[in-house]
Write a protein that binds this ligand. Structure first.
Ligand code: ATP
Ligand code: MG
Length: 517
């Protein structure tokens, strides 16, 4: 499967002359953490002006390989060449000096600073002996954003902005460092469709300027859209490198998971979805400016998909239901009984669970163990009544870890050390452990690999089959269409469409409904 494009750039490995166009070459890279090998003798090369996709299952080693190139970790063995010259990338300063910039999968920004301050946090802070002024930083940041084709106020504190803007700020920050190699680790995971489009156009412009981009993604469509070549890792080993023009999606998926799978996300009729017993009834819900007069009924066994553009009010709706944001009017019934929910604790006590959008700030305590994170909502629930002994905790955590195939060598490992996708599985697993009546999920498959994604959708179906109601937010229309029995389309905080799944003929139809065409 190794295409012709590879042969002329892996010169060093094959003993032929190294092409002058080669910017980065990593060869024989190995890495272990506390004796556990996560990268085995990996080769990777990058050509000037190419977009090189890096793919693989959650925990395959993609981020670790890139963190080695970025100087966050040092390899146990192997060699890195930049522009044909062997370099020792011992820390992030060395990487930056070698022209390597990175957009981290998990953000490295400071929420109390402004956008501009974050962009210039590490890039040439000294100018004529002084720290660069806020004004200069704002002007330069504005110019970078203008070039990116997105509108962001450089003076806004990051804390006031949504996840999408954090991502854009990360990208702007790398660009501000004049990197010749840009590493993007799942950059679109938190971007709306039009923002992703703006990013792809930006990538095209960067390529034309001779910048090389390493692009980690779980999304096949965008890999084909923007990448020239792809490298696949599996269990820390190199599986294949190929030009995208000479490999099929099925071959890539086979490389990623190590076997053939029918990756199609298909909708299935479920027996339980016929149940008509309401579990959650919302009437005239209004919260802030983003949720306006929303009414719907969720029945036992039903999965309702919430569709809409970023900012349409989907996240705000589930936050209000879960007691994070206050309702200014409207009423909620659970199991036919009127309830008031003024805190997340009350929401949990009434049988609600929310898997939040931003796992890093809301879903996990990163420095705590995987086991403690899994048990957190259970412990909260049992403070008033039940009691869990230590042995029960150990076995419950183990059950969740194997049920969700969470890749962790030891349940006492800090959750922050798990790969991004595995952190996401911990968030999902911990809330399902509470056995809620109504489960609300906000972009639960963001950053999750292809195999795991369909596993998660199967879990969602099983939860509904078990008589629970599910509210499912996703910006990925194929999965929304695959799992929902009904879809509510939100726009400017209002429900503009409430459609039974069978009324939606195809993805384009739903896309148009979302955009309001
Ligand atoms: N600092 C660390 N300490 C211990 N183990 C680690 C550390 N960093 C990563 N690992 C482990 O290395 C393996 C590879 O992780 P990595 O983050 O590179 O995966 P990934 O391919 O980026 O996955 P994802 O698609 O989920 O982001 C995982 O099993 C992870 O738990
Ligand atoms: Mg990763």
């Amino acid at each position: 499967m190794t295409g012709a494009a590879t042969a002329d750039v892996t010169g060093a490995a094959t003993g032929t002359t190294v092409s002058a166009e080669q910017v980065v070459e990593m060869s024989g890279i190995s890495k272990a953490f506390s004796g556990i090998v996560v990268l085995k003798n990996v080769d990777f090369s990058l050509v000037k002006g190419e977009v090189h996709a890096l793919a693989g299952e959650n925990g395959a080693g993609k981020s670790t390989l890139m963190k080695i190139l970025q100087g966050v970790y040092t390899a146990d063995s192997g060699e890195i060449r930049v522009d044909g010259i062997p370099v020792k990338i011992t820390d992030t300063f060395a990487a930056r000096a070698a022209g390597i910039g990175m957009v981290f999968q998990e953000f490295s920004l400071i929420s109390t600073l402004t956008v501009a301050q974050n962009v210039f946090l590490t890039a040439e802070p000294i100018e004529r002996g002084f720290l660069i002024s806020d004004r200069v930083a704002r002007e330069r940041t504005a110019a970078i954003f203008a070039d990116m084709g997105v509108e962001v106020d450089p003076a806004a504190p990051l804390a006031n902005l949504s996840t999408a803007y954090w991502q854009l700020t990360e990208i702007a920050k790398a660009l501000a460092q004049n990197a010749k190699v840009l590493i993007m680790d799942e950059p679109t995971a938190s971007l709306a469709k039009h923002e992703a489009e703006a990013l792809f156009e930006l990538i095209g412009r960067l390529k034309a300027r001779g910048i090389s981009i390493i692009y980690i993604s779980h999304r096949m469509d965008e890999i084909y859209r923007i990448a020239d070549r792809i490298t696949v890792l599996r269990d820390g080993a190199h599986v294949l490198t190929s030009a995208l023009s000479s490999i099929t999606p099925a071959e890539i998926v086979e490389g990623i998971v190590g076997r053939k799978i029918d990756g199609q996300l298909e909708w299935r009729e479920r027996a339980a979805s016929a149940g008509r017993v309401p579990v959650l009834e919302a009437t005239g819900l209004t919260s802030g400016a983003r949720v306006r007069d929303v009414s719907f009924t969720l029945c036992e066994g039903e999965i309702i998909g919430l569709a809409g553009l970023m900012g349409s009010g989907r996240t705000e709706l589930v936050r209000a239901l879960f007691g994070i944001d206050a309702l200014s009017s409207g009423s909620v019934k659970i199991g036919g009984k009127p309830v008031t929910i003024r805190s997340t604790k009350q929401a949990m006590a009434r049988g609600l669970a929310l898997i939040p959008e931003d796992r890093r700030s809301q879903g996990l305590v990163l420095e705590h163990s995987v086991r403690d994170n899994l048990m957190l909502p259970l412990l909260d629930r049992t403070t008033s009544g039940g009691f869990l002994n230590a042995q029960k905790i150990v076995s419950l955590a183990q059950t969740l870890i194997s049920k969700f195939s969470i890749k962790v060598s030891n349940p006492t490992m800090a959750v922050g050390k798990l790969s991004g996708g595995n952190q996401q599985k911990v968030v999902i697993a911990k809330w399902l452990g509470t056995e809620p009546k109504v489960l609300m999920m906000d972009e639960p498959t963001a950053g999750v690999d292809i195999g795991t994604k369909s596993e998660i959708l199967d879990m969602v179906r099983a939860i509904a089959d078990d008589g629970k109601g599910v509210l499912f937010i996703s910006s990925e229309l194929p999965e929304l269409l695959a799992v929902s029995d009904r879809i509510l389309v939100l726009r400017n905080g209002e429900v503009v469409k409430n459609m039974v799944r069978s009324e939606i003929p195809n993805e384009e139809y739903l896309q148009l409904a979302i955009q309001g065409a």
